[in-house]
Design a protein around this ligand. Structure first.
Ligand code: NAD
Length: 325
């Protein structure tokens, strides 16, 4: 059997590693390309013995070359958590611009389908709720978060330019907050932060008064969405996310309850330009791809908490230093 070949940039990250697993399971040959800026070999170590998996260390902002056939390029390389992109602003802009250009050139050279991992952050602090793909967004280009939001908006524009100018078969995914095993406990995103604090018995730090909302999707559902988009002819943009919307205070209380912790909630200042509300309109994904999230949020939270409990080495001081330096 001839296996289709998929190149996954950022394949050693949180989402990328789950994609590597899924595509191997679907009979693909997987080329995982990563420079370990925010990912780790540990995320894909268990795949190394699979003869259909290849790990390539490369900075896709510099150069991206693959020998042989490639049928699909999934461009997931990019710092993704606020802590990461605020400490790596130039890398973030470069991977969204140069990295996307290089990944699109690879797809053009190989005649491969290209899928961009864009983000709900492209909608900024939205004035339309829930957010349909037709909404153009409300982004502050010169605020600190602009490095991520605008990098992704530029990446979307570059993707459409390759599609229009070169006829590359492209798709754009706007991914809403996704959570699950292999999130880094110190990456600053709400779920790993709350789970870590709860498991350590530390105060759970909620930003502002906690009334701001997010819509949270379990990683397996996101992976299913990526798989369906790749195997469709949809150009996107298409929202992939779970419309289950929850305030940050309610999320903190839920994690307190599920972990059985004695930790109390405390309030810390809101970061600048932190969006007030966020919920995907998934009509397009549902009607065109037959996709909808299947994992109840509570089940996803339980699985995530269990994974954190099973990986106590993540709590070491050494790991903390590595993650935030
Ligand atoms: P992550 O930080 O765990 O993974 C990103 C991966 O990209 C890491 O392995 C990192 O080392 C790699 N990378 C970064 N710059 C690179 C470069 N120049 N060359 C090669 N590799 C590079 O983050 P994640 O949560 O898995 O996010 C993956 C993608 O999905 C990102 O593009 C992100 O913007 C997008 N996304 C994620 C979410 C989410 O909720 N997790 C939401 C919206 C969009």
């Amino acid at each position: 059997m001839i296996r289709p070949v998929v190149a996954i940039t950022g394949g050693a990250g949180f989402l990328g590693s789950h994609l590597c697993e899924r595509f191997l399971a679907e009979g693909y040959q997987v080329i995982c390309i990563d420079n370990f800026l925010t990912g780790a070999v540990a995320n894909v170590e268990h795949l190394m013995t699979d003869g259909h998996f290849r790990l390539v260390r490369a900075d896709v902002s510099e150069h991206l070359a693959v020998v042989g056939r490639v049928d699909a390029v999934l461009h997931f390389a990019s710092p993704a958590s606020p802590i990461d992109y605020l400490r790596l602003p130039i890398d973030t802009l470069r991977v969204g611009s140069n990295g996307t250009y290089n990944a699109l050139e690879l797809a053009r050279e190989k005649g491969a389908r290209f899928v961009l991992a864009s983000t709900s952050e492209a909608y900024g602090d939205p004035q339309v709720h829930p957010q349909p793909e037709t909404y153009w967004g409300n982004v502050n280009p010169v605020g600190p978060r602009g490095v991520y939001d605008e990098a992704k908006r530029f990446a979307e524009a570059m993707t459409m330019a390759f599609h229009r100018a070169h006829g590359v078969d492209t798709a754009i995914l706007r991914i809403f907050n996704t959570f699950g095993p292999r999130m880094r406990p110190f990456d600053g995103r709400a779920i790993p932060t709350f789970v870590r604090q709860a498991l350590l018995g530390e105060p759970i730090t909620v930003a502002g008064d906690g009334s701001q909302t997010r819509s949270i999707c379990y990683v397996d559902d996101l992976v299913e969405g990526v798989f369906r988009v790749l195997n469709s002819d949809m150009p996107g943009p298409v929202n992939i996310g779970n419309p289950h919307e929850i305030s940050m205070l309610d999320l903190a209380e839920w994690i307190r309850e599920l972990t059985g912790t004695a930790s109390q909630v405390t309030f810390v200042p809101r970061p600048q330009d932190d969006p007030e509300i966020r919920r995907p309109d998934i009509t397009l994904a549902t009607t065109r791809l037959g996709w909808a999230p299947r994992t109840p949020v509570e089940q996803g939270l339980r699985q995530t908490i269990a994974w954190f409990q099973e990986h106590p080495r993540l709590w070491s001081v050494e790991n903390l230093a590595g993650a935030v330096s």
